[in-house]
Write a new protein. Structure first.
Length: 94
């Protein structure tokens, strides 16, 4: 599995969450198998998102589409995204 990890500040979490939930890029249709959203406990205006894909190519394709979307909403819904595509090497649940 591959994860597209995204972190960025948001001016308003509720507004960002509505935009995320609107799913303008059709996450499921784009190959997202699972997503996780997280926030810092000491700075709730900083959001992290993990989008899980079967392949690195799917994650890379989504990142291209996200960059196009971010160009239209930069500073309104979110700002200065940092991204990384990582591969899950091991996952153990306890």
């Amino acid at each position: 599995m591959h994860i597209l990890r995204i972190e960025h500040p948001v001016p308003n979490y509720e507004g960002w969450r509505m935009a995320f939930d609107a799913d303008p890029l059709d996450r499921r249709g784009s190959g997202v198998r699972r997503h996780r959203i997280y926030r810092s406990t000491d700075d709730t205006s900083h959001v992290g998102i993990d989008l899980e894909f079967a392949s690195a190519a799917e994650a890379e394709a989504m990142l291209v589409r996200l960059r196009e979307l971010w160009g239209r909403v930069q500073g309104k819904v979110m700002s200065d995204p940092r991204t990384q595509i990582i591969e899950i090497i091991e996952a153990i649940e306890y």
